[in-house]
Design a protein around this ligand. Structure first.
Ligand SMILES: Cc1ncc(COP(=O)(O)O)c(C=O)c1O
Length: 404
């Protein structure tokens, strides 16, 4: 069902400007339907969605398992609150625990909330284990962790912080992949170090395995918790369930959101038993967190991803896309190599980023440009080779017109 049926795209946007707060630089587009890798707008135009709502619709649009879970759960019960035990929440936590380093899960509704929960847990844990003043938190320059006051302060990009001071205290930043920089900043006062195994909003920049290993060792040395933010790169995106699996380095806490709900809002903060024990009843909460609907869908998403052969297929198709992008990067001599892992790929383009994205959109391919100079690809994990070919053809077309 679509509200505002019968209105043109322009009319919807005009109405929207009157009543919706002006926090986004939105493109003039009104999507109302999706199926697999495809979406349609109110004008009936079809697009190949290689952005998937910013890494959310990882199983594609209207995946039958997700539709079924929503329909069935809606007929049973949608919400009960965390005053009571929620069977679906237990089932989703069991799946996450079984397939990760973690022992316990806290559920919330978004990536920012998951990181906020991780931040609070890290401070609580440090206080409980070591007492004051072990409250400092380190994060990476160029990182992105969310828009709440604490998580935008964790975010190592000042543009997100301007105008919101005074910001929470005790946070500082160090460069990703710079072991010496991390050594210089970490201390006995450090409660936690936050790292995205692949920086998404920062331009699809992977942490090296060496850096993650050293970060693990330094955290152990100083009694700091290592927190991996897998909100964007987790839940299948890299071709394994969690991005940290590629490095073999396990964190103490991990945050998830986005793809875990396949389009239904959910967030999760996972931790080892030892760390999770710092939270006691009343220490943290969320009204909607892990409600029956969101966790029914989370279970459905994981069941699809954990089926035999799923990730082998993702890795194969993701390599196919990567090779295609690399070929185009060579053809147009765009410079730096394509970055990323699996289906989170960044193609550095020193110029024309926004124009390339807009031209792709006009030709029916949705991607975006991060940091003004990296084209970002977050296709559905089930994107077929023919769809990847179509995306590559559009890109070839667009580059032949724009790239000089
Ligand atoms: C790595 C990372 N962490 C946290 C967030 C914040 O997630 P949300 O927008 O769901 O609050 C994002 C969003 O893009 C993200 O990419």
């Amino acid at each position: 069902m679509t509200q505002l049926e019968g209105l043109s795209m322009e009319e919807i946007i005009e109405q929207g400007k009157n009543v919706v707060m002006n926090t986004y630089g939105r493109l003039p587009m009104t999507m109302v339907k999706g199926e697999g890798a495809w979406v349609w707008d109110t004008e009936g135009k079809r697009y190949l969605d290689f952005l998937t709502g910013l890494a959310v619709n990882s199983l594609g649009h209207s995946h039958p398992a997700i539709v079924k879970a929503i329909q069935e759960q809606a007929q049973e019960i949608l919400h009960t609150s965390n005053l009571y035990w929620i069977p679906n929440q237990v089932a989703l936590a069991e799946r996450l625990v079984k397939h990760s380093f973690a022992d316990k899960v806290f559920f919330c509704n978004s990536g920012a909330e998951a990181n906020e929960a991780a931040f609070k847990l890290a401070r609580k844990y440090a206080k409980k284990m070591y007492g004051s003043p072990k409250y400092e938190v380190l994060s990476m320059e160029n990182s992105f962790h969310g828009r709440t006051l604490a998580t935008l302060t964790l975010t190592g990009q000042t543009k997100y912080q301007e105008g919101y001071d005074p910001l929470p205290v005790g946070l500082s930043y160090t460069a990703l992949n710079d072991v010496e920089g991390l050594k210089a900043k970490i201390s006995e006062k450090t409660a936690a170090v936050f790292i995205e195994p692949i920086q998404g909003e920062g331009g699809v920049i992977p942490a090296t395995s060496e850096f993650l290993q050293k970060a693990r060792a330094l955290c152990d040395q100083y009694g700091a918790l290592l927190v991996f933010d897998e909100v964007q790169c987790g839940v299948g995106r890299t071709g394994k369930l969690f991005a940290y699996e590629w490095s073999g380095v396990t964190p103490d806490i991990m945050t998830l959101a986005k793809a875990l709900g396949g389009g239904v809002p959910i967030g999760a903060m996972l931790a080892t038993d030892k760390v999770a024990a710092a939270f006691q009843p009343g220490d943290h909460a969320s009204t909607f967190g892990g409600n029956p609907l969101a966790t029914a869908v989370g279970c459905a998403v994981l069941d699809v991803m954990l089926a035999e052969g799923f990730f082998a297929g993702v890795q194969e198709r993701a390599n196919y896309l990567r090779q295609g992008l690399e070929q185009l990067a060579r053809k147009y001599q765009t410079g730096d190599p394509v970055r990323g892992q699996g289906f989170i790929l960044g193609w550095p383009v020193a110029k024309f980023g926004p124009e390339l994205v807009e031209s792709c959109r006009q030709k029916g391919l949705l991607i975006n440009c991060v940091g003004g100079k990296t084209l970002r690809f977050l296709p559905p994990l089930l994107a077929e080779k023919a769809e990847i070919d179509e995306a590559l053809n559009i890109l070839d077309d667009v580059f032949s017109e724009i790239w000089k």
